[in-house]
Design a protein around this ligand. Structure first.
Ligand code: HEC
Length: 193
C-alpha cells in the first residue's frame, strides 16, 4: 500500500501527524549506522533514552517479520515431558534469566531495564512465536541488541559434537510451555535461589 492509497482511505491527516514521530523512530533505529557516518549530534544512539511507543513497535515488527520470513520450519525434537521442561527451565535460569528475568524479579526487571531494546520478561509475557521461530532467534541472535547468538555457545560433548541445538530446543520447549508447566517444574521456576 502506498501513501496515496492511505489518503484515499481517509487516513492522510493521521499519516501527516505521524511524520515527525516516524522520522524520530527511524532515526532511533538507524542511530547506530548514522553514528558511524559521523552525524552523532543529530542522532539518538543513547541506550538510556526512553524510546517512543512507535519506535518500539517498529523494532518488534522488524524482529517479527524477520523471524517469519527467515526461520526454517524445523520440527522441535524435544517433547514437553516433565523431565525436558525441568532441564529447559534450569538452562533458562542459568543462561538466560540474567537478562530475561524470572518470576521473583520480573516486575523489577520490567520497570528498570538497563538494556535497550530491553529483553522481554517472559515470566510476565510468555513468547507467542512458534517453536521454530524462537529456535532461529535464539540460535542466530538479534542484531543491535543484547541478544547474542547461542549457536556454539553451549560447548561440545565428549565426541566433539556441538550441543547447542539440543539445548536451544530445550529452552524453546520450556518457553512455549510457560503457561502450562507441570507443578514440580513451576515450583522450581518460582523458587528463590
Ligand atoms: C545479555 C542479555 C541477554 C541474554 C543473556 C539472553 N537474551 Fe534473549 N534477548 C535479549 C534482548 C535484549 C532481546 C530483545 C531483542 C529485540 O527485541 O530486538 C532478546 C530477545 C529474545 C527472544 C525474542 C523474543 C520474541 O518474542 O521475539 C527470545 C526467544 C530470547 N531472547 C531467548 C533467550 C534465551 C533462550 C536465552 C538463553 C539461552 C537468552 N535469550 C539470553 C537479551 C538477552
Amino acid at each position: 500500500m502506498q501513501l496515496k492509497d492511505l489518503r484515499e482511505h481517509g487516513v492522510g491527516e493521521r499519516v501527516a501527524d505521524w511524520d515527525g514521530e516516524i522520522f524520530e523512530a527511524l532515526e532511533g533505529l538507524h542511530g547506530r549506522g548514522a553514528w558511524f557516518a559521523g552525524t552523532e549530534k543529530s542522532c539518538r544512539i543513547n541506550a538510556k533514552a526512553m524510546p517512543s511507543a512507535l519506535e518500539k513497535a517498529f523494532a518488534h515488527l522488524a524482529l517479527d517479520s524477520a523471524a517469519a520470513r527467515n526461520a526454517p520450519h524445523l520440527a522441535n525434537p524435544i517433547a514437553p515431558t516433565e523431565e525436558n521442561l525441568m532441564s529447559g527451565m534450569k538452562l533458562f535460569k542459568g543462561d538466560c534469566a540474567g537478562c530475561h528475568g524470572d518470576p521473583n524479579n520480573a516486575a523489577k526487571r520490567e520497570a528498570e531495564s538497563i538494556l535497550y531494546p530491553s529483553p522481554p520478561v517472559f515470566a510476565l509475557h510468555p513468547p507467542r512465536k512458534s517453536d521454530y521461530q524462537l529456535f532461529w532467534i535464539i540460535k542466530s541472535g538479534v542484531r543491535y541488541s543484547g541478544m547474542f547468538w547461542w549457536d556454539g555457545q553451549f560447548g561440545k560433548d565428549a565426541s566433539g559434537q556441538n550441543v547447542s541445538d539440543e539445548k536451544i530446543w530445550r529452552a524453546v520447549t520450556f518457553l512455549t510451555h510457560l503457561d502450562s508447566l507441570p507443578p514440580a517444574v513451576a515450583a522450581e521456576w518460582h523458587k528463590k535461589e
